[in-house]
Design a binder for this molecule. Structure first.
Ligand code: HXC
Length: 256
């Protein structure tokens, strides 16, 4: 698989997008490879958290314009261009952290938002510049960016195609933290290791519950969260986690 570089780091799988000749532009092969890799990782008990990154210069500069240029409406509509891999990535149950440096544009920004949270380097630049090409976002950008940063800023980004730097992206709520570029992947791996050390039952319940906030009305999300919270009391990890706290020692989670 030449579109991706896979690096296991204990329980964390680091996936590097690998099309440096095109600033990691997302062609269909890369998206298929990524979806396949994530399905395999999701089913692998040895992997507990995933980090997705690009290069220092670009997380991904968008969908591959050269590949799309001559496609017709009939071709993109019948293939549901970018729909299947995006749906697969959105359904991965293990946490995925996007570690973003450099350009994160168009489909690249949409891919980062398909992850569970974004750690950005101080050089990161985000944008939805599809309008400059006579198209619009097609992998969730108009929906997810609007939910994350609000209508006014999202609308401006989509209508003008301008880029946001890391500071603006953090202030707007797109990015959880900014990290110096040289430390980005190390810090993302450290964050992933922290997540990997928790009860995976609780981690899945937390991820599903937070995602409900974007996908359902508040009353449904609150009910989902409460039921998932109650279900945690059926686990051995809840007993161990609370006992360890009271005994002032680290918890030993068994994912049961
Ligand atoms: C294909 C791309 C590309 C892309 C860059 N390249 N972005 N190839 N698709 N999205 C290629 C360039 O053609 C060039 O190849 C090489 O990468 C280096 O890029 P340069 O432009 O020379 O680099 P630079 O001058 O530093 O400019 C960086 C840039 C610019 C500002 C990021 O490349 C740019 O504007 N890229 C396009 C951004 C964009 O419009 N993205 C949205 C795409 S549409 P050569 O062969 O010339 O060296 C989209 C739709 C999503 O994402 C909808 C569903 C997924």
């Amino acid at each position: 698989m030449h579109t991706l570089i896979l690096e296991p780091h204990g329980p964390v799988l680091l996936i590097r997008l690998n099309r440096p000749e095109a600033l990691n532009a997302l062609n269909q092969q890369l998206m298929q490879d990524l979806a396949h890799t994530l399905i395999v990782a999701d089913a692998d008990d040895a992997i507990r958290c995933i980090v997705l990154t690009g290069s220092d210069k670009a997380f991904a500069a968008g969908a591959d314009v050269k590949e799309m240029q001559n496609l017709t409406y009939a071709e993109v509509a019948s293939a549901d261009l970018y729909g299947p891999p995006a749906s697969i990535i959105a359904r991965i149950r293990k946490p995925i952290i996007a570690a973003v440096s450099g350009y994160c544009l168009g489909g690249g920004c949409e891919l980062a938002m398909l992850c569970d949270f974004i750690l950005a380097s101080d050089t990161a630049r985000f944008g939805q510049p599809e309008v400059n090409l006579g198209i619009i976002a097609g992998m969730g950008g108009s929906q997810r960016l609007t939910k994350l940063i609000g209508k006014s800023k999202s609308m401006e980004m989509h209508l003008t195609g301008r880029m946001m730097d890391a500071t603006e992206a953090e202030r707007a709520g797109l990015v959880s933290r900014i990290i110096p570029m040289a430390d980005l992947v190390t810090e993302a791996l450290k964050t992933a290791a922290t997540i990997a050390a928790k009860s995976q039952l609780a981690i899945k319940a937390a991820k599903e519950s937070v995602n409900r906030a974007l996908e359902t009305p508040l009353s449904e999300g609150l009910l989902f969260e409460r039921r998932a919270f109650h279900a945690c009391f059926a686990t051995e990890d809840q007993k161990e986690g609370m006992q360890a706290f009271l005994e002032k020692r680290p918890a030993r989670f068994s994912d049961k």
